[in-house]
Design a protein around this ligand. Structure first.
Ligand code: NI
Length: 159
C-alpha cells in the first residue's frame, strides 16, 4: 500500500497532456495500486495519474456503486448523451466546488490491467467522473469549464 502526495493546482504538471501507456508491466500495476490507495485514502471518487505526478493516461474511479473500483488505461470516450449540470470537486483543488455542465451518459473504452479492452458505461456521477478524469489526462481542470467556482467544506467525494 502506497499513498502518494496529491499534486495541487496550480502545479504546472496538472496542465500537461499525458502520454499513452505502450506497455502494461509491473510499473503500471504499481501505479494502478498506488492510485487506488491514494484515492481511497483521500475519500475521492476518482484519480488521474497526473494528480500524483505521473504523466501517463491512467485513471481510477469508484463512485460507490456496484461497479466498485474501475481501472482504465488509455481511456477514450466513445459516446456521450444528454446533459447534466451539477457540483463537482477535485482532489487537486481542495475545499472548492464548481457547477459544471457534463453529458448525462458516457461510454468509455480502455484497457484493464491485463491489457484487455474494456468498455464502461456510466450515467450521472460516474459519467461526470469519467469525463473529469479524462480531462485531467489532457491538462484540463473542471474550473476551466465551471460556470462558477465556490468554497465548500471539505467532505470527500472529490475527483
Ligand atoms: Ni480532479
Amino acid at each position: 500500500m502506497a499513498i502518494k502526495i496529491i499534486v495541487k493546482d496550480p502545479d504546472p504538471v496538472l496542465r500537461e497532456k499525458c502520454k499513452p501507456v505502450t506497455k502494461i508491466n509491473a510499473n503500471i500495476h504499481k501505479l494502478l495500486n498506488d492510485m487506488a490507495d491514494t484515492m481511497y485514502d483521500a475519500e475521492g471518487v476518482g484519480l488521474a495519474a497526473p494528480q500524483i505526478g505521473i504523466l501517463k493516461r491512467v485513471i481510477v474511479m469508484d463512485v460507490g456503486d456496484e461497479k466498485g473500483l474501475i481501472e482504465l488505461i488509455n481511456p477514450e470516450v466513445i459516446e456521450t448523451e444528454g446533459e447534466q449540470v451539477g457540483p463537482e470537486g477535485c482532489l487537486s483543488i481542495p475545499g472548492m466546488n464548481g457547477d459544471v455542465r457534463r453529458a448525462h451518459r458516457v461510454v468509455v473504452k480502455g484497457l484493464d490491467r491485463d491489457g484487455n479492452e474494456i468498455v464502461v458505461e456510466g450515467t450521472e456521477l460516474l459519467a461526470r467522473c469519467i469525463l473529469h478524469e479524462v480531462d485531467h489526462l489532457n491538462g484540463v481542470l473542471y474550473t476551466d469549464l465551471a460556470d462558477k467556482v465556490y468554497r465548500v467544506d471539505p467532505k470527500g467525494g472529490e475527483a
